[in-house]
Each structure stands twice: as C-alpha cells, then as structure tokens.
Design a protein around this ligand. Sequence first.
Ligand code: GLN
Length: 475
Amino acid sequence: MTTTTKDSMTSLTYAPLEQLAQAIQHGELTSEALLEAQLARIARHGKQLHAFTEVYADEARAAARGLDQMARAGIRLGPLHGVTVAVKDLFEVEGKPIAAGSKARPPRTSAISAAVVERLRAAGAVVIGKTHTVEFAFGGWGTNAVMGTPWNPWDLHTHRTPGGSSSGSAVALAAGLCTASIGTDTGGSVRIPAGLCGVVGLKTTRGLVSRHGLIELCPTHDTVGPLTRTVRDSAILLDVLSGPDPRDAVSLPVPARAVLPQLDAARGVAGMRMWVLPEAERADVDPEVLTACDEAVRVLEGLGLQRVERALPQSLAESMRVAGSLMSAEGYANLGELFEQEGLEFDPHVRRRILLGRDIGAAQYLQLLRLREQAKAEMLAAMDGVDVCAFPTNAIAAIPLTEVDELATPLSRLGRFVNLLDLCSVAVPAGFTRAGMPVSLQFIARPFDEATALRVGQAFERATRWYLAVPPGLG
Ligand SMILES: NC(=O)CC[C@H](N)C(=O)O
C-alpha cells in the first residue's frame, strides 16, 4: 500500500479547516489564495472525479475577496471565516439550479437558501459549489445512472465506488477540492462515503440541524451532517450548523450546547466504555475491514477504554428491514407520483427502491413506526453503562463499479440502524485494505450526545493519525 502524507506542498490543500481559518484570521493566508488553489485542483482533477454538479467560481471569488477585506479590517464573521464548503445538491441555494441527482423533473432554480447554507455563510464560509448525489439520495453505493458516478479518489486507475448518497461531497473533500462539505444521512449517507473516501463524517441526531430547504427522502430518518478532515473540524461545523429553526418541525426548540468547548475540556477517554461489534454480526463484515477495526479496538483499549461485549437487542438485518421499509414508504409518499411516470429518465435502481413503497399500506407503516419506537427503547436500555459503540462504518471498502450488485446492501448494513434508532455517530478513518482503500470506524452515541462520540473519535484520531493520509497520485 502506498500512502502519501501531508508535506508543505500539499498542506494548503489537505490542512484541517481549523488551521486554515486561523491562518486566514492571522493574515498568514487569504481566502482568495485558498480558493484559487482549490479551483486549480478542480480544473485539473474535476473532470475525472466528477464530484461537483456546479462550481460557483465567480461568486466564490467575490465572497472570498469580501471576506479577505473584512479579515484585514479585523472582522471575523465566525469560525468558518474564509474557508470553502461544498454542499450536496439536495439543498436549495438561492438563484442556483437544484436537481437532487435527478433528470426526471424539468430543471428548477432555487428561490430560497437552505438553513444550512444560511448558517455556513453567516459563519464566514465560501460556498464553493454543489456536489453530486445518488438520485434523491436513495442508495449507498454512490452510483448515479443518470448524472454519472463520482470517482473514489483513492484509485485513479479503476473507477471505484465513492459511497453514497453524499458521494460528491466525500470525493470533493478527500481530493482536496474544498475544505469541508455537507451531506445528508438517512441510512448512512454521510458516513458511508466518508468511510470509503477516508474522511470524517458525522451523522447528527435528528432535530439538531435544520432541514429547512432540504429535499426530503424519509423525514423520520433524514439528517444533515458535515464531512471534514478531522473530528475537531466536525465539532466546529456542528456548532455552526446546529440550533433551533421553527421552519423544521422536528428542530429542537432550545439552542444546542456547543460541542467544541466540551472537546477542549475533556481529559482523555480512560475509563469510558465501548461496545464492540457483536460476534453475531461479524460474519457479514469483510475480513480486512474486521482486521483493521479489531486493531482499532486494541488502540482504544490502549487509551484506557473498557471493552463491552453484548448482543444487539435487534439484529442489524431486522433494523435494515424496518428502516428500509420506512424509507421506501416515505420515499413513495414524497416521490411516488414522479417515479410512477413512464418515459422519464430515472436511475433504475432508485426507481425500484421508491416503488417498493407503493404496497406499504397505512396499517403496515404505523406498525413499522411502532416497531421503531420499541427498538429505540430497547437499544437505550442496552446501552446502559456504555458510552459509545465502536463498530465498523462499512462492511466493505470501496470496490470497482463493475463489481457492484445494486440489489445488495453491504454499505447500509452498519449505517441504517443508527438512523432507525435516532442515535448519532461519527465515522473516522481507521486504516487501509491491502488494495489501499480506506477503512472507517464509527463511534455511535445516544441521541444528542454528539460530544461523547466526537470525544472518543478525536482520541482515536490523535492516537492513530490515519486522517493524515491523502490519496496518492493527485499531487
Ligand atoms: N440517504 C441514505 O442515507 C439512504 C442510503 C442508505 N445507504 C440506505 O439505503 O440505507
């Protein structure tokens, strides 16, 4: 395996957001210089990587210049002042086309900006462009038969799965085309591509980050989350994005407690308790992924975490079934009318998943919701005395597109149950396969306990430093 690590040439490209924002604040770097470096990379690699649906070069340049003027005058809008963020094309950006990965509807220009976009800009971010997604975010491989599938940047010779549905957001970040990105996670869609592309991805608890201006797939499961290079950057983004918004019905009405100060205040992780992947679930995980994750667990034990072995109250297969049915039922309620039409251009696999919802009746749907509530209560009880679950993010690493079986769901298996049970989770780089593909470990915590997931994630990241590896061959 060859991995390249950061050196002075690439440090601008792959530096964590926090470091770049500080350099801009201290006048050591301009937002414009950062943006130009990234635009140059997009010009060089953008065609092959296919991460962006659109790059807002002109607006981004104007925004960067304005932010640089402010910085020179000592004005700092917020923790993202001057850094670039890419946004999944599932969010409205006023005046910009929105497609949600689909060609089935006539093109539409957004009349509003999503709450997330407003918050990013208010904190000083430059929105550099929109990224590709699986059609209406309904799939884990990252494939999109109508818009094209982004390339996993860890293999520039063979087109491998980027993971989805926030495929372009993960690829753009992993390839150094932006400083952070935003995705959505309904059944793994932030963590899966973060994991396959070797970056950090946070699945937030529903209610923490407003979904106003997001095209919904499954409102009982949809969440918004950042993709970043480090766990600390994830905390910074979370603190920017979280907060009450009456325009999202499930938005928590009270301000969220800032997470970054909690990370700063934390004194190590010794004595914390981690639940490791139960024996019964190991058979479905690729041996190379298991090896990396077992090694990760040993590292965590070395940091003083105590290992807890327990069976899950509900198997991952059962969670897959319940969450999958809810996704299809709600997806059909939202999009069934569109996907029933003949003669339109659809990704056939997304269409199949949506149309599965046609035959789920009201009684069955309500039973599924009841099952979910039971499963949530059982899981919270089972987590008694546990701080985090340390499970693999994905059952496999990135594979060539030619080997994808769209009927199989190995990438959703370890992701979906987190959404079903309303937990939160951060996916952190945890090594590589022999083929040089990233492996990822997720730290899952109770609802609204992102601080604990991030705290353990940060300790792991600092102990292993896998996050410093960058894709070879991109320069
Ligand atoms: N948007 C999502 O998170 C859905 C995709 C996810 N991999 C699933 O099928 O469970």
